[in-house]
Design a protein around this ligand. Structure first.
Ligand code: GDP
Ligand code: MN
Length: 379
């Protein structure tokens, strides 16, 4: 789950990382009031789950409450690379002497957390990695040993910071960022820019914070930060119904039982020249309600032209799933062709049930490949 900048900063603050004071605003009037409360110049910042807001015009300095109100009116409703701005973060403006970059994320290859730090902050880190790779200091942390203070010093010296006060502050922030990363079960904690003010104060001016969905049960307060309105409407519907669904951009709706089987189905559809519209895992059951829920989500995508059920009966028997499909199709009208591949426990009985009772737009196949070819030919 990705957090908004202001939410990430709240977690930074809880971990002891210095951030600027600010307020959330959802209207120009609130932005004005927030600026009056904060006093002095502020930055009006679009809160969207995508980077590069500055370049898109979603971050503006305001010297007065009137100016903040005007900027807020301009930024609210703005579309930043497909994300519509519906909330703002009004923050006390900082004076910036230097902009650094600091992050900790997982290095999947090494299977350990990886710090990256450079004094070339503020711009895209990919650009630094490409044009100036020696300026980017990388350091792995052994998750069993945990973070060691020398690691912070290595990052700081490696990046060439020579001011002692700055060294101390950055090192402390590095250690606290690791604490936040582990403590909140994060996948990514990125600070770009980490700034140094003209007075030599170091603080986080931006935050990109991604928390592992699977660990949210341990952090109910973080789970509550999810902005349900920002999600893709189909993925939101799926979440509400407890359906495991990921939107893709093809025309063949896919439904299977078991994540591995569904992944294989996506490959086979591609192999026979089709394009999957989604990933959808029915899970262990195959009862009518589960099938109805999944079909509702899949068919809410206007791009879907044909649907493939790929079922391998194990503990859940094929005849049960066939009854679930029949009951579901009895409850809802679907015009798109539906191909059902049933194999495994009680497959023959399942196929017989479907062949005898299913509506005319339902086709039964025995193998994954033949089912994939059939559904692609029907779209
Ligand atoms: P991003 O563009 O989405 O990464 O948003 P950031 O929060 O990183 O802001 C982009 C840029 O706006 C920063 O790199 C700064 O140069 C500038 N900026 C943001 N906040 C302030 C501030 O308080 N004072 C000043 N002077 N510039 C700021
Ligand atoms: Mn940034």
């Amino acid at each position: 789950m990705d957090l908004y900048e202001h939410q990430g900063k709240e977690l930074f603050a809880r971990a002891g990382i210095p951030v600027s004071e600010g307020r959330v605003a959802t209207t120009p009037e609130e932005a004005r009031a927030a600026t009056e409360e904060l006093g002095g110049p502020v930055v009006v910042k679009a809160q969207v789950l995508v980077g590069g807001r500055g370049k898109a015009g979603g971050i503006r300095l305001a010297n007065t409450p009137e100016e903040a109100e005007a900027h807020a009116a301009a930024i609210l409703g703005m579309d930043i690379r497909g994300h519509v701005v519906r909330r703002l973060w009004i923050e006390k403006a900082s004076d910036i002497a230097r902009e650094y970059y600091l992050s900790v994320t997982f290095d999947r290859g090494e299977k350990t957390p990886l710090f990256m730090f450079t004094t070339q902050g503020g711009i895209d880190i990919e650009e630094v990695a490409e044009t100036n790779p020696e300026a980017l200091v990388r350091l792995h942390v052994d998750p069993l040993e945990g973070f060691q203070p020398w690691q912070a010093r290595r990052l700081v010296y490696g990046a060439g910071i020579d001011d002692p006060g700055e060294q101390k502050q950055v090192a402390a922030i590095v250690e606290k960022l690791y604490g936040a990363f582990v403590g909140f079960d994060a996948m990514l904690c990125e600070v770009n820019p980490l700034i140094v003010t003209p007075d030599g104060e170091v603080k986080a001016l931006d935050s990109k914070f991604t928390v592992d969905d699977n660990a949210l049960y341990r952090h109910p307060d973080v789970a509550e930060m999810r902005d349900v309105e920002a999600a893709d409407p189909r993925e939101r519907l799926a979440r509400e119904k407890g359906v495991t669904y990921v939107k893709l951009d093809g025309e063949i709706g896919i439904l299977g039982n078991g994540a591995g089987l569904v992944m294989a189905t996506l490959d086979v559809i591609d192999q026979v020249g089709g394009r999957p519209a989604n990933f959808c895992d029915l899970g262990g059951g195959g009862d009518a309600q589960g099938v109805v829920d999944a079909l509702e989500v899949i068919t809410s995508d206007e791009q879907v032209e044909a649907i493939l059920f790929n079922i391998f009966g194990g503990i859940t028997r094929c005849d049960e799933v066939a009854r679930g499909i029949l009951a579901a199709l009895g409850q809802m009208a679907i015009e798109d062709p539906i191909v059902v591949r049933l194999d495994g426990t009680n497959a023959e009985e399942g196929r017989r049930l479907l062949t005898e009772a299913a509506p005319a737009n339902v086709y039964v196949e025995e193998t994954m490949l033949s089912a994939a070819e059939k559904v692609v030919s029907l779209k």
